[in-house]
Structure formats: C-alpha cells, structure tokens
Design a protein around this ligand. Structure first.
Ligand code: NAP
Length: 300
C-alpha cells in the first residue's frame, strides 16, 4: 500500500516514519513543509509539501497517487490559534479541503488527526458518538475540518487523540512530559493545572493506530489515547517521580487562576473499545511510555 503522510517533521509524523520502517507492505511518501528533519532517511521518499498551497497538494497527489493519506500537519498551538485565527483556519480547515479534493480525484483514503478538544469536557471520558461542543478557536477549527470529511464523498477516517507525548529526532518539540522534566531539572517552579483531566497518548501508539487505519481500510471516527485518565498535576507528579526530580517545584493552580487565552475542556479521556477492536490498538501504560522516552533521551 502506498501511504502519504503530511507534517512528517512533527511528533506524530516522525513516529509514523519509524513505525513504517522495514514494513515491506508499505511504500511511504513522507511530506512536510521545508527540509526533512527526521534522522532516518532511507526506506521512504521525502517531498517538501506545504498543504496550504493547493497546487502543491495537487501536484504531489498527481505524482505519487497514494492509496491512503495521513494528515498530521496542523496548527497545534492552542493559545496561538486564538490570536492567529487566519493562519489557524488556513492550515486546520482550508488545507484539509485541498486534501479532500485531491483524495476525491485520485481515489485515496484520507486519515485525519483531530482532538479531544472538540468536546466541552463536562462528561468525559468520551465515546465516538458523543456530541462535540468546541470551546476554543483551535477546537472549532478541528471540528470544522472533521465536518468537511464527514460531508465529503471520499473514504475518510477521523482519529481523535489527547496530549501527545514523545521525543522527536532533533529534540526540538516539547510536550507536557518534556516540559515538566526540563523545568524540574533546572529547578524551576512550574504552575500546573489541578482541575483538568486527560489521558496522555504515546506518539508511537498513535502512529501505529494511524497506520493500522490505513492498512485495515477502517473508516469513521476513532478515539485513540492513553488508557489512564489523570489530572494534569498528577501527570506532572508521576513524571517528577519517574525521573527522580523534586516535585515540590510543582505549584498547583486552577484553570481560573492560570487563565489561558484558549478555554480548555475540564475532563476529557476516551473510551477506547472501538479502536482496540477495529485498529488492534493496545496502548502502553503511562509508565511504559515514560520508560521508552527515557531510553530515547539517552541518545542525546
Ligand atoms: N500535540 C497534541 O498534544 C495533540 C493533542 C490532540 C490532537 N492533536 C492533533 O494531532 C495532530 C498531530 O499533532 P502533532 O503534535 O504530532 O503535530 P506537530 O508536532 O505540531 O507537527 C505538525 C507538523 O506539521 C508541519 N506543518 C506546519 N505547517 C505545515 C504546512 N503548511 N504544510 C505541511 N506541514 C506543515 C509542522 O512543521 P514544522 O515542524 O516545520 O513546524 C510539523 O512538523 C494534529 O492534527 C493535532 O491537531 C495533537
């Protein structure tokens, strides 16, 4: 199967490259904006692709004619989306329209990443059939992109996920786990939210689910996350404990006290039954994920 991914320099994109490596049943075309920053360079084709450029999207589809496309590219800074609304809409919504158009023309299956933030967070954990109610511009943009797929004529899959954690090759991208670890190592105080609950998702697990959706031709909406639902402050304390760092630098704050630009849902988390059944999705525990990260960080 010929699989094309977008945003291959990002967290999920890089992990998809590694998950596909050595799989003889997959021919991978990795694309991202600018040069290839994934260390592994063999076993796949890399093309520079800005998905907000409609003619570039069309040209890449024409050249490679993929069977499946996994769209990991997105404007993922939730607070920045509040102020940079035009940029957010261009990447998270309009570019998805271009991908859908090309998927329709070349009969490709589109697998699109979305978020737990489409829900209002009042009734988590959520199942795929629960009704979304986005609370921020980012969340609305991801919801709008979901609607484009749902209303399209193409074969589509929406994979919603929650707080992705992992290590990218150049260690250039942060996430909750690395942010906590890096700050506590420098003995810096951090304010961590006590009244929001999430199920952190190991990037490798998510990448595997995306590939399985393509290989199994699974269509529809899927919830893919870690299996433990924890408060964000408890996640931070587990990270501190795991890496032997001083948790007294973690300062507990409420969402109201932190007052972030974008409103967040209080409790998300997913019911994973459908993904387990259809995508053979069996996520690692949070501690297993931290062990993997620890071994990856030893390379730097
Ligand atoms: N991160 C989370 O915790 C989280 C939680 C829930 C859902 N999600 C969703 O999961 C998906 C993957 O997230 P992620 O954290 O893996 O993303 P990420 O690490 O931010 O990676 C996104 C990639 O897209 C690339 N990109 C940016 N603009 C582009 C453009 N115009 N054309 C092509 N590529 C472009 C970025 O390039 P540069 O590296 O050059 O900037 C980056 O490599 C997204 O749809 C996101 O909304 C993420």
């Amino acid at each position: 199967m010929k699989i094309l991914i977008t945003g291959s320099n990002g967290m999920t994109g890089q992990k998809i490259i590694y998950v596909c490596h050595g799989k003889s049943n997959i021919q991978l075309i990795a694309t991202s904006k600018g040069a290839n920053r994934t260390q592994l360079k063999d076993g796949y084709i890399y093309e520079s692709l800005d998905i907000t450029n409609e003619s570039e999207v069309e040209a890449i589809f024409k050249k490679h004619q993929p069977d499946a496309v996994i769209n990991t590219a997105a404007f993922t800074n939730v607070d920045a989306c509040e102020t940079k609304r035009g940029e957010c809409k261009k990447l998270n919504v309009e570019a998805v329209e271009y991908l859908i158009k090309s998927c329709e023309k070349y009969n490709a299956h589109l697998i699109h990443l979305s978020t737990d933030f489409v829900f209002n967070g009042e009734n988590g954990p959520y199942i795929e059939t629960d009704t979304p109610e986005p609370q921020s511009y980012y969340a609305q943009s991801k919801y709008d992109s979901e609607q484009l797929l749902i209303k399209s004529k193409i074969k589509w899959t929406i994979i919603r996920t929650i707080i992705i954690y992992g290590v990218v090759d150049d260690n250039s991208r942060s996430n909750l786990v690395l942010w906590v670890k890096n700050n506590l190592e420098k003995k810096q105080k951090i304010n961590v939210i006590s009244d929001q609950f999430r199920s952190p998702t190991l990037a490798e697990d998510l990448a595997g689910a995306c590939i399985n959706a393509a290989l199994k031709k699974a269509t529809g909406i899927y919830h893919v996350s870690g299996k433990e639902l924890m408060s964000i402050i408890d996640i931070a304390k587990i990270v501190a404990d795991f890496f032997g760092l001083d948790a007294s630098h973690i300062n507990s704050v409420t969402s109201a006290q932190l007052n972030q630009p974008a409103k967040r849902p209080p409790v998300t988390g997913f019911i994973l039954t459908k993904a387990k059944h259809d995508l053979d999705y069996h996520p690692k525990s949070f501690l297993e994920g931290l062990n993997l990260i620890k071994s990856q960080l030893e390379k730097f």
